[in-house]
Design a protein around this ligand. Structure first.
Ligand SMILES: Cc1cc2nc3c(=O)[nH]c(=O)nc-3n(C[C@H](O)[C@H](O)[C@H](O)COP(=O)(O)OP(=O)(O)OC[C@H]3O[C@@H](n4cnc5c(N)ncnc54)[C@H](O)[C@@H]3O)c2cc1C
Length: 596
């Protein structure tokens, strides 16, 4: 066993982890630990853009961005944090630009912006161009840019090290335990401050846009250490995943004029959102697609519809909608322009479907996309542990694994990349500031005991169960019963099934006994995390008896502010889940009915 000592340790090297690492390293000796090579993190898959009210193409301001995000969150987002993020956004994007991020440009040389769901001009109610983009690979560019900056600033990287446990001693963060994937050796990292930036847990669902690494490791470690998770019932289903595969087709396609078409060849979004139509927020569009399918208007009676971005369709509906360019001329696109704006998704469709989006429609279905809930933090990235927002000394979280909460019941597209940059930065600053005045906490007598016990159980199970079968059953049950539409009977069945799967998981035995890159062992360890998280998601969802944002109950179809305008907190105590609540911070915007 090797022991390291750093002032600040960051777990995760996606957009949030790299931003946190960069800022922490300016004031403290910092290490970033990542189970993936940093530039393979899921941030690199982000396509459409990062939001900021720069107003480069048309009038916009951070106040509208704030209101849109509050409304998009279905009033569950904490308004102080949302306002903070939206007002920091222009500066954050300009900082990325100055670091060298190659954004697309307007003819005048400013950062180019495209419309995205839920982002509006608050006066006219029409979509506004707020998403700054680098073609349809904005996340890739952010990740590369931040990684270069970290290397330049001599951040210490531990690549392909998987963190297995969080060490807490006397109510303070003490360090983490990780395994070096190349050797199988355990390493202990003693740290004054620890920042979690481990991403989400979309892999608990059968059809998902999320990377294989999205197994909820960070949240599961917090849960096992008796710390609470917030709003875990809220998970976003993105309307446009490639049929069956779940691979994401960015909302930027609809931003650039693409429309949704049902099996009868009709554009259906105007029936659900007369004003913003195909650019309503994601929960609204996902439910609309699902309703079309349920009422028999899927393509060929199947469970998919079409996304159509062929120039003739785009131009026809743009003319009908009266869409114009910033200079007032009619909005018209050519096949070549579509290719230029959306190169990656066109490639995905050609490669995975044999469909060419310039001349053919894309078959799509909603796909599990984004984890709104997670590790509770305040707007400085400090982990908070109760309804009074008491700060836990030395612990920080940022990015998709955290719940600030700026996304509340439903995240607006392009607000996540913004969340990473803004809160990653503040978590890094706060952690360094804390480390400058705090001492190291003594490590426990055998710091690796818990991690070793977890591995031993997986090596010594009876072997009568196959972990991959368990994973597949869990994913199916979560997608079918705790997915876009939920009901009491379905969720009770899901909770029961997950409990059975957890029992069966105890019998799994890993057949690979080697130490070097033992991916089977790590996959099975991750399955344990996913089962723990699935249980929390289903239990929180059953508990919330209303519909709000991404949480849609058939038996409680209305939002109920009287009883449910509050955050859920879940703890695990003595093997059982305990539920509590926390008030929502409301500053300027009283809850109203959402209309689009
Ligand atoms: C296909 C797709 C497209 C998207 N498009 C957009 C978009 O256009 N705009 C937008 O705003 N948002 C978008 N999102 C959402 C956004 O990209 C993500 O929410 C965001 O990138 C998450 O960043 P992160 O830093 O929190 O996590 P990640 O980038 O996933 O990084 C997580 C890091 O944690 C590490 N890690 C995890 N567990 C462990 C462990 N146990 N030990 C060590 N390291 C660990 C991983 O190695 C990784 O480095 C998209 C998401 C997807 C899936």
């Amino acid at each position: 066993m090797t022991t390291h000592q750093f002032d600040v340790v960051v777990v995760g090297a996606g957009g949030a982890g790299l931003m946190a690492g960069l800022y922490a390293s300016r004031g403290a000796k910092t290490a970033v630990i990542s189970k993936l090579y940093p530039t393979r993190s899921h941030t690199g898959a982000a396509q459409g853009g990062i939001s900021a009210a720069l107003g480069n193409s048309e009038e916009d301001n951070p106040e509208w961005h704030t209101y849109d995000s509050v409304k998009g969150s279905d009033y569950l987002g904490d308004q102080d944090a949302i306002e903070f993020m939206c007002y920091e956004a222009p500066q954050a994007v300009l900082e990325l630009e100055h670091m060298g991020l190659p954004f697309d440009r307007t003819p005048e040389g400013r950062i180019s912006q495209r419309p995205f769901g839920g982002h509006t001009n608050n006066v006219t109610g029409k979509p506004v161009r707020r998403a700054c983009h680098a073609a349809d690979r904005t996340g890739h560019m952010i990740l590369q840019t931040l990684y270069q900056q970290c290397l330049k600033n001599n951040v210490n990287f531990f690549d392909e090290f998987q963190v297995l446990d969080l060490l807490i001693v006397g109510g303070k963060a003490a360090g983490v335990v990780a395994v070096d994937l190349a050797t199988g050796e355990l390493h202990v990292f003693q740290a004054k401050a620890i920042i979690f930036a481990t991403g989400g847990h979309g892999r608990i669902f059968e059809v998902t846009s999320n990377a294989y690494a999205y197994t909820g490791d960070g949240a599961a470690m917090f849960l096992r250490r008796g710390l609470p998770l917030e709003d875990m019932e809220f998970f976003q289903f993105h309307p446009t995943g490639i049929y069956k595969l779940g691979i994401l087709i960015t909302e930027g396609v609809r931003g650039d004029g693409g429309v949704l078409i049902n099996g009868k060849g009709e554009r259906f979004m105007p029936n659900y959102a007369p004003k913003v139509k195909d650019l309503a927020s994601r929960d609204v569009v996902s439910r609309a697609i699902y309703t079309e399918i349920r009422e028999g208007r899927g393509v060929n009676g199947s469970n998919y519809v079409y996304l159509d971005v062929r120039p003739e369709t785009v131009n026809k509906f743009a003319a009908l909608d009266g869409r114009t360019n910033p200079d007032g001329s009619p909005y018209i696109v050519t096949g070549e322009q579509i290719l230029q704006k959306l190169p990656d998704i066109i490639d995905f469709c050609r490669v995975y479907l044999g469909v060419d989006p310039v001349t053919q429609m894309m078959p799509i279905q909603p796909t599990a996309h984004y984890t709104m809930g997670g590790i509770p933090t305040n707007k400085f990235g400090e982990v908070v542990i109760d309804d009074k927002n008491t700060v836990f000394p030395g612990l920080y979280a940022a990015g998709e694994c955290a719940c600030v909460s700026v996304h509340g019941g439903n995240r607006l597209g392009t607000n996540s990349l913004l969340d990473l940059v803004v809160f990653g930065k503040h978590a890094g600053l706060k952690a360094a500031e804390y480390a400058q005045q705090a001492g190291f906490v003594d490590l426990p007598g055998s710091p690796t005991a818990e991690a070793e016990a977890q591995f031993d159980r997986l090596r010594n199970g009876s072997g009568s169960e196959n972990g991959f079968d368990i994973a597949n059953e869990m994913k199916k049950v979560m997608f079918d019963l705790v997915g876009i539409y939920r009901s009491e009977a379905g969720m009770k069945e899901a909770i029961q099934k997950v409990a059975e799967l957890k029992e069966r998981y105890r019998k799994v035995r890993v057949s690979d006994t080697g130490k070097i890159f033992n991916t089977e062992l790590l996959n099975m360890w991750e399955l344990g995390n996913m089962l723990d998280i699935a249980e929390v998601v289903a239990t929180s969802a059953l508990n919330r008896q209303e519909s709000r944002g991404g949480h849609s109950r058939e038996d409680f179809p209305k939002r109920d502010d009287q009883n449910w305008l509050k955050h859920t907190l879940v703890w695990k105590q003595d093997g059982k889940l305990k539920i509590g609540y926390k008030p929502v911070t409301i500053t300027r915007y009283q809850p109203k009915e959402r209309t689009y």
